[in-house]
Design a protein around this ligand. Structure first.
Ligand code: ATP
Ligand code: MG
Length: 513
């Protein structure tokens, strides 16, 4: 293990908190064991250090027992000792925390070294989950940052991780948000929080770029071999990659491209804007990672920019698929020393251009309740997107109402969303004609599984955040419950599925978190 750097948390006693005694640390055993995982790569890839505890006593803000179960934690995992371990007051027995180093392209420009400036990896469990504390204090990669995260952004990340998972979209998960009353300075003074995240791996495109940029090919290869062996073993032998003639790194690039294409198809179809698709926010596993200024579309506007810091609109909703490809190109460049031939690297990226549209069309067909493809489906999709964009019709509500209509509901609920009645009537007629051969009950059922009733809209998150800032955490729990089963009706919770209020458009979400 690399030595503890000076100036970071050595964690003896801070304020009223104390380092847990040996017997307390055992109590903090979450029911899983720690295995070497990423740390086995060696100190070139990270700095070992402890989280820095916050001075004030921590408290639970929100938690997901479902995630705890998936990780394999004990049923009564939410003990004081675990709370202490998830807020840096104590260490889980056997965990060897660290912060990893990566680099990246931010807003299209090479940013050089970044790294986990406020996320500390506790380790990997024997059940295959890395646990990471976001907002756990400064690291050697913090640059000018304070190493902290605020309650507002932590609640957003926690809820959205679980919402995106429940929508069937690959994502990092969130076990819990813990808070404390310690002030954190952003545009205003806010309070500190930590999100405990879980993922099979938090490796990003930027980890590869880091070693490639410094021409450190041995480390680059070690990292690629680790990721391939752990997560992409098929790249070494599967007949699917035979066209690369045994070049596992080219196969790896193709596999990552395909996962990324599939991810983007899901984001686009559900109306999810990520907001900061820098290469350091791109998961090598094709997971959604880094919930910052994200937004689910309210009214459908293809050019919507959810991040107020993104003045040029680089990460606008309709730019996301191209940006993902641009990011994959950066990854290809980073992997070039391993792949060995530029043409092969470029070839490995090509499948993005077919997988993305194929997956996107399949997702949109599912939203339309169509079990198999037909030549005019693209026109049907383009037709409705044009109408939705024309009047900025609410994206989620439109699709859910269309599903309800297919289930026998009044078509007026759909028509009433549009001023252009002739336009929507013509489209509905084409939709019904296309459905002539599809059993209505089957279509209705699959549409309700493809078109969520509940998404984490900005204003819903905002209401839960404001209550939590007053120490009322019930809004976080209620939203979590709805978002964990977003396709269910949840009678009595119609308000969470309604149109956003006027003030929703005034919420400004930026990179400040
Ligand atoms: N408050 C902070 N203190 C220290 N470093 C920070 C802080 N906020 C962001 N950073 C660092 O700045 C870089 C870019 O930040 P970005 O907003 O993409 O990530 P993030 O929100 O911190 O976290 P992640 O990508 O891990 O979800 C990263 O290296 C990140 O660790
Ligand atoms: Mg980030």
């Amino acid at each position: 293990m690399a030595p503890m750097p000076e100036g970071y948390a050595v964690c003896r006693t801070i304020g009223p908190m104390r380092l847990l005694a040996e017997e307390d640390t055992k109590l903090a055993d979450p029911g899983v064991r720690w295995v070497p995982g990423f740390s086995a790569l060696g100190p070139a890839f990270y700095t070992s250090l402890r989280p820095t505890p916050l001075p004030s006593p921590p408290y639970w803000v929100g938690w997901s027992d479902a995630v705890a179960r998936e990780i394999g934690m004990r049923q009564d995992w939410r003990s004081d000792a675990v709370l202490a371990a998830l807020t840096g007051q104590a260490l889980f027995e056997g965990s060897a925390p660290l912060a990893t180093v990566y680099s990246g392209h931010q807003f299209g420009v090479w940013a050089g070294q970044l790294g986990d400036g406020r996320a500390i990896l506790l380790g990997e469990t024997d059940t295959g989950w890395e646990l990471q504390l976001k907002g756990a204090g400064r690291t050697p990669y913090s640059r000018m940052g304070d190493g902290r995260a605020v309650l507002r952004s932590s609640i957003r990340e926690f809820l959205c991780s679980e919402a995106v998972h429940a929508l069937g979209i690959p994502t990092t998960r969130a076990l819990c948000v813990t808070g404390s009353d310690d002030p954190v300075v952003r545009e205003e003074i806010e309070t500190a929080a930590v999100v405990t995240r879980a993922a099979p791996s938090f490796v990003r495109f930027g980890h590869f770029e880091h070693f490639a940029a410094a021409n450190r090919v041995d480390e680059l290869r070690a990292l690629a071999d680790y990721v391939i062996d752990r997560f992409y073993p098929a790249c070494r032998h599967d007949a699917r990659f035979a066209h690369f003639d045994g070049n596992a790194y080219a196969a790896f690039l193709e596999a990552v491209s395909e996962r990324t294409a599939a991810l983007l198809a899901q984001w686009q179809s559900v109306g999810f804007c990520h907001g900061v698709m820098n290469t350091d926010n791109m998961s090598i596993l094709g997971l959604t990672i880094d919930y910052g200024p994200f937004q689910f579309l309210d009214g459908f506007d293809p050019r919507h920019i959810c991040n107020h810091s993104d003045t040029g609109g680089r990460y606008a909703y309709n730019q996301q698929p191209n940006v993902a490809y641009w990011n994959l190109f950066c990854l290809a460049q980073a992997l070039l020393p391993l792949i060995g031939d530029q043409e092969i690297a470029v070839a490995a990226l090509q499948s993005y251009k077919t997988v993305f549209p194929d997956r996107y069309e399949a997702r949109m067909r599912a939203k339309l309740g169509l079990p198999s493809p037909a030549p005019d489906d693209r026109a049907l999709v383009e037709g409705i997107l044009k109408l939705l964009a024309q009047e900025k019709v609410d994206y989620t509500i439109f699709w859910r109402r269309l599903a309800d209509h297919k289930a026998g509901g009044d078509p007026a609920a759909v028509r009433d969303l549009f001023l252009d009645r002739a336009g929507i009537d013509a489209w509905l007629a084409a939709f019904e004609e296309r459905h002539a051969q599809v059993p209505a009950a089957q279509a209705a059922q699959s549409m309700r599984r493809a078109n969520p009733k509940f998404v984490l809209r900005n204003h819903l998150g905002q209401q839960a955040i404001e209550a939590a800032q007053r120490k009322d955490f019930s809004g976080v729990a209620t939203l979590l419950e709805l978002l964990q089963s977003p396709f269910e009706d949840h009678a009595g919770h119609e308000a969470y599925a309604g149109f956003p209020p006027d003030w929703a458009s005034t919420i400004e979400i930026s990179c400040s978190s």
